[in-house]
Design a binder for this molecule. Structure first.
Ligand code: NAP
Length: 241
């Protein structure tokens, strides 16, 4: 998928990795970027990056009517980046069911609903792609964030199903498995983190190169190598925290 001259839509683009994706898409010559967020007024600094190419759009992945409106407005999208996500639940034994449901809603049902509404849009374009931002914990659960891990594992399974079902429509489907990123989501976690701009650059490199599974930082690359050889070793590493 060529990034230059593409028309992208990025969910959850008012901050964090989503905002970085918009900036790097512009850097790489995207023709237009629909910056989507549940609160459109929060997008002013993102539109200011390039008011001629960035279009603010309201989209809450847990509110189907906003997704439907976005798909009716952004009819020229050829690169859909499902980035929006939450980290609301932690230990599977101790987190409340509302928090467990919230992560499943935003991280699994949300991207599914967005993909369903945008497939007809993408299918009309000569080349198109869906990119799902997953996590290294999609591959193996990290018990301290076990509820979130389950939602990201479900999103990995969703990505595989979409890839198989959309092959006939020539829509490529990419999975991104980042390690820790320096964003609000893990602001209080004391561990090495990658800058969101570097993750966004590696994501777009992977998409442009046609990689289906993208490991966009040093930690995730290391996890992928060990996981391919010995998935149990990653389960044990993550269990140690
Ligand atoms: N940070 C990490 O270490 C890390 C590692 C691996 C994967 N990821 C994944 O990377 C993606 C981006 O996360 P981030 O690190 O940039 O986190 P972040 O700074 O917390 O940003 C999350 C973004 O998702 C949006 N969002 C949350 N719920 C939404 C909803 N219902 N509808 C639409 N947008 C919603 C937020 O919008 P509001 O401002 O309205 O809340 C915000 O724009 C997520 O999928 C996350 O799971 C993050």
């Amino acid at each position: 998928m060529k990034i230059e001259a593409s028309v992208a839509l990025v969910t959850g683009s008012n901050r964090g990795l989503g905002k970085a994706c918009v900036a790097i898409l512009l850097e790489r010559g995207a023709a237009r970027v629909y910056a989507a967020a549940r609160n459109a007024t929060s997008l002013a600094p993102v539109v200011a990056l390039d008011p001629g190419r960035v279009v603010a759009i309201e989209l809450d992945v847990t509110r189907p009517e906003t997704i439907e409106r976005a798909a009716a407005q952004a009819t020229d999208v050829d690169l859909l980046i499902n980035n929006a996500g939450t980290l609301a639940s932690f230990s599977v034994l101790e987190s409340g069911f509302a928090a467990l449901h919230a992560d499943m809603h935003a991280n699994y049902f949300g991207p599914l609903e967005v993909a369903r509404r945008f497939v007809p849009v993408l299918a009309r374009r000569p080349q198109s792609a869906i990119v799902n931002v997953l996590s290294v914990v999609s591959l193996s659960s990290m018990p301290g964030i076990g509820g979130y891990s389950a939602s990201k594992a479900a999103a990995f399974s969703l990505t595989q199903s979409l890839r198989a079902e959309l092959a006939a429509k020539d829509i490529s489907v990419h999975a991104v498995f980042p390690g820790p990123i320096d964003t609000d989501m893990i602001r209080t976690f004391d561990l090495p983190k990658t800058h969101p701009n570097d993750v966004a650059r590696a994501m777009l490199d992977g998409i442009a190169a046609g990689e289906v599974d993208i490991f966009p930082d040093a930690m995730s690359k290391d996890v992928s190598v060990v996981w391919c050889r010995d998935p149990r070793a990653i389960e044990q590493r993550f269990a140690r925290g």
